[in-house]
Ligand binder design. Structure first.
Ligand SMILES: [Fe+2]
Ligand SMILES: [Fe+2]
Length: 154
């Protein structure tokens, strides 16, 4: 499991496991841009005092809203290239699982049942890295092979 501990470096606060890793690039411009934005939001979360529930909730809400935009981008791309049905179902199921988990965690934080942003970040980091590396990369390769490309200015 990726560590989310922050270490002060000359370049500022470095958080291993939450930094955008260029090897996660899929080659789909809009998808990659959106992935990088997720990592920026994770960095925002790292920088917060876990006890500052209002600010933590603000980032969690932004992450949830951004996930909707991002998943819609990917699902539209898969639609456009007639992504094989079984592959599509598996990919969309992972998006759904993320949504469910994110919604549950948002409730836990909002109700004060947890302030464990470290556990949240560990989940986000592990999910993003695994999902991007497997599902999103496969989707991007397929889209490219079938002549479709996302536009970062969309
Ligand atoms: Fe995805
Ligand atoms: Fe993605």
């Amino acid at each position: 499991m990726a560590s989310t501990r922050a270490d002060d470096t000359d370049e500022g606060t470095h958080v291993s496991g939450i930094d955008w890793d260029p090897t996660l690039e899929t080659g789909e411009p809009l998808v990659d841009e959106q992935h990088r934005a997720f990592y920026v939001m994770c960095g925002d979360l790292v920088a917060l005092d876990p006890g500052d529930t209002a600010s933590v909730m603000d980032v969690i809400d932004r992450l949830g809203q951004y996930a909707e935009v991002h998943f819609a981008t990917e699902e539209a791309l898969m639609d456009r290239v007639s992504y094989p049905k079984e592959e599509l179902a598996g990919h969309v199921a992972e998006h759904r699982a993320f949504r469910d988990k994110a919604a549950t965690m948002a409730i836990d934080f909002r109700r004060g049942w947890t302030t464990d942003t470290g556990a949240l970040l560990d989940y986000l980091s592990a999910w993003l890295t695994d999902h991007i590396d497997r599902q999103d990369r496969r989707m991007a390769d397929y889209a490219r092979a079938h002549g479709a490309r996302t536009d970062p200015d969309e």
